[in-house]
Design a binder for this molecule. Sequence first.
Ligand code: MN
Length: 251
Amino acid sequence: MRILVSNDDGVFSPGLHALADAVAGFATEVIVVAPEADRSGASNSLTLDRPLYVRPSVRPHTHFVNGTPTDCVHVAVTGFLDWRPDLVVSGINKGQNLAEDTLYSGTVAAAMEGFLLGIPAIAFSLSAHNFSRLDTATHVVQRVISGVVHAPPSKHYLLNVNIPSVPLGELQGYEVTRLGRRHEAQPVIRTHSPRGEPMYWVGPPGEIRDATPGTDFHAIAQNRVSITPLRVDLGSASEMDSLAQWLQRLP
Ligand code: MN
């Protein structure tokens, strides 16, 4: 098993190093290729307006890229590595990636890029905005990786794993979940620059709308590890019939 590790919090994140260390025992080769800076919220963006560089970090087997999480995995798999990873893992993110967060998440995007390139992939996120429970997360990563090494869940999978930030003894098990739903995002926060020019900070995500049993929100609230199988198809097959009828009525 050869594993590519990336994240969106950047090459200096303790979560990244914890993930690389956690998977090392399962792999003949582990390489880390991560953004040089925090690119949380970068989603699936690619850098097209300048060249990308892959430079070695002070940590062994670790490189950083002047780009996004998607750039990192794309460049690593299609150009930088002279071998093909068997698995792409991303994280461990500082903060959960639940429901619509998955659309904006660079952590999920790095995994998704591997998946789009034909490689099974797993994104790991810790539910708190700190790493005080990185030990719990490391334990979960090792159990999940041990599971996929022993018997993959399917031939080609993209998993979004969220880990409650609690002591290991308080973990209430694992649950396969669907994505919950949020209400629409909070508005941007308008303020002024020191020169009086209006400026805007993107506000918090929307309040939780669907956290019913079976959702990722619900599992995390119950201190269970949430494992959501993701797919990439944004198309809405259920809308096709009504849209076709609408098309026939076009003036
Ligand atoms: Mn992040």
